[in-house]
Design a protein around this ligand. Sequence first.
Ligand SMILES: Nc1ncnc2c1ncn2[C@@H]1O[C@H](COP(=O)(O)OP(=O)(O)OP(=O)(O)O)[C@@H](O)[C@H]1O
Ligand SMILES: [Mg+2]
Length: 463
Amino acid sequence: MMNGLRKISRNSNRLFLLKEGLKKSGKTIMVSENKEVSLGRSDKEAIRQKIRMLVMGLSKEMLAQKYRKDIKEKIVIELMDRLEDEKKNYPQLLYEQIREYCQSQIEEILGFGAIQPYINDPEVSDIMVNGPGAGNVFIEKHGRLHQVEEYYTEAEQIMNVIEMIVGPVGRVIDESNPMVDARLSDGSRFNAIIPPLALNGPGFSIRKFHASISLKDLIEKYETLSWEVAEILKAFVVARFNIIASGGTGSGKTTILNILSDFIPDDERVITIEDAAELKLTKPDMVRWETRKANAEGKGEISIRQLVKNALRARPDRIVIGEVRGEEALDMLQAMNTGHNGSLTTGHANSARDMLSRLETMVLMSGMELPVRAIREQISSAIDVIIHTRRLKDGKRRVEEICIIEGIDGDNILMSSFMKFDYHKDSLERTGRTPNLIQRLSEVDLKAYGINIPEWLEKEVKS
Ligand SMILES: Nc1ncnc2c1ncn2[C@@H]1O[C@H](COP(=O)(O)OP(=O)(O)OP(=O)(O)O)[C@@H](O)[C@H]1O
Ligand SMILES: [Mg+2]
């Protein structure tokens, strides 16, 4: 309904003051002579409520697909149609504004509201909303974090966004379920956490789905590694080394894993196992599996561990696991030790050495009571190479070190640095040490795969 529409004759300073006063009170203002109109706050709120009701009345199937452009257009048209009647409560002068307002509100209710521009911006890789209020929205662009001007004024707006995302995919978020992971239909990762766990109000983060970075860009545009190093890694993959890409959050582990997987020869059967399908490789004989979260009743969960176990029955040549972070580590190591050489994964760690101790902890999480020595033996015989990535302060990502596991001595896993980033020379340099394992490269006809390892390495392999 139209709350307190006033006509104001345009003749004095008082007009301005009056207008400001009315604006503050949220009333709709209309100045008829020069057609100056503005929809008041309380009317806006009424329209907003109306739209929300209409949205709730839409079919669930339709809402679940609102990320599809054609479906979204259908929804907008349907809502606008129903709002036609609503407009009659207002003077015609306001129609245009009401239409615009409705459209922006529908966008907000259906979409992401304040952060929509960043959702649309392909250069933005991450969006983080820490809660309602100014200064609480951050984005990452070109590897750098920025605080942005846009924000959500109310916790409720953030809740709306969260519910619109998790509702259609069958997940619930409320006080007893205050944390939720989901994936947007375009593949972006979504995580939300709300009170009572989140002390500054409901918040969420989005890791946008990107066309994966190509090897060429990784080398030439982002300077993460060199062509020479890429050839070495390719040789490692073809020679079926078991490899972990380690690194901190957002250091580019998954991107490296994607590149490594791409090096797998086409005649090998690949099974990929991920929490949220991020890998973008295409191989002739490939199956992609994704874990499933428990439903609202806490049932139906399928873990990475279960999928790893299942993979062993599906005759893969290679198993690619998106990330190891828990109990599945033991199964993965066992798979690597029992004929699934050439498997690839990533893990969160601050250094290659740290990756080893984390693996140890992960194995302990599996519930098997293995002595430390036995765990280390498993690790040292399963893992061949650790490629450590780092995200530098300026947002650049580097392959910082390539380490090779050489075996075990007493209780200690023997690991040596094969190549290490030299920050003076600004490149990944060989350390001079060539572990025995490298000799395995001589068993493969690298040339037949079109791989040209650098001369220095070729010499080491032959000798
Ligand atoms: N070498 C790189 N140079 C610049 N940007 C990169 C590079 N590698 C990855 N990125 C960007 O950084 C973000 C994180 O990359 P990626 O998912 O590979 O990292 P991650 O270490 O697997 O992250 P997480 O810890 O979340 O699993 C992505 O937006 C990606 O586009
Ligand atoms: Mg990752």
